[in-house]
Design a protein around this ligand. Structure first.
Ligand code: NAD
Length: 255
């Protein structure tokens, strides 16, 4: 079978919902044993149960990726692993002037320190296995800077450069590291954003956001999961230190 993940252990953060959930489901279908890490305990458990009900192997761990001690403990329990997907992330709206210090710190803690914490805990466990694959969820915000998303764009820029630094540092240890940069993907992340910021205008704003992708719609979580599968499979063994836009033409075709 192409893109088989049989006998591989994969930890996926933020996999109780959205993109992370789709990645966990696809990886489990390809034979991986998946570890669902999410701060929403009920969502993590439900995700693991649904995978097990389909015949896959999954277990749930409630955690906050920004808490290094908690992450270290969970990764020690998981033991030697093959794949880490750093997907957990939060959104924020604001410019440099309207972003409060507390909000800036919160976004950095989850979206940047959370990635570092998981790298810190997982890399030694990959070395025990003689290598591994890391995939980080960046965003088109990392390279183009989305208006009114100062903290979010800053954090995703850091995710992109953490990807490059990690790919370089661990070339000799047989650890590959890449990132995916989606434009808008239709997940609870987007729905929550619309409900919070455009109450009563959700449908109209959804259409507007969908049309900012030249392809005319948002991505589906499963479309991100298929690229994640390829990048984490042995078939992508020659690929490291790369950022993959998955953006319906957003980055290159919008001018
Ligand atoms: P989502 O909100 O549907 O899912 C994110 C999951 O992460 C949730 O289950 C949440 O509980 C979990 N999470 C958040 N903070 C956490 C923490 N501190 N510790 C552990 N778990 C935590 O979001 P999504 O749309 O699936 O986004 C996933 C990733 O993709 C994020 O990093 C996001 O920035 C990125 N992304 C999303 C879009 C989009 O349009 N949806 C576009 C580009 C990039």
């Amino acid at each position: 079978m192409l893109f088989s993940l049989s006998n591989k252990k994969a930890a996926i953060t933020g996999s109780g919902s959205g993109i992370g959930l789709a990645i966990a489901q696809v990886f489990a279908r390809q034979g991986a044993e998946v570890y669902i890490l999410d701060w929403n305990e009920a969502a993590a458990q439900e995700a693991a149960n649904s995978i097990v009900a389909e015949g896959g192997k999954a277990s749930a761990y409630a955690c906050d990726v920004s808490n290094q001690a908690q992450i270290a403990e969970i990764f020690q329990k998981i033991g030697p692993m093959d794949i880490l997907v750093n997907n957990a992330g939060i959104a924020h709206i604001g410019t440099a002037e309207t972003t409060t210090e507390a909000d800036f710190d919160r976004v950095m803690n989850v979206n940047v320190k959370g990635v570092y914490n998981c790298l810190f805990a997982a890399i030694p466990l990959m070395k025990e296995k003689g290598g591994g694959v890391i995939l980080n969820m960046a965003s088109i915000a990392a390279t183009i800077g989305i208006p009114d998303r100062f903290a979010y764009s800053t954090a995703k820029g850091a995710v992109l450069t953490m990807t490059l630094a990690t790919a370089k540092d661990y070339l000799k240890q047989n650890i590959r590291c890449n990132c995916i940069s989606p434009a808008r993907v239709h997940t609870p992340f987007v729905d929550g954003f619309l409900t919070k910021n455009y109450p009563g205008q959700e449908a109209e704003m959804y259409e507007k956001l969908a049309k900012t992708q030249p392809i005319g719609r948002m991505a589906k979580p499963i479309e991100v999961a298929y690229l994640a599968l390829f990048l984490c499979s042995d078939e992508a063994g020659f690929i490291t230190g790369c950022d993959y836009p998955l953006d319906g033409g957003f980055t290159r075709l919008n001018n």
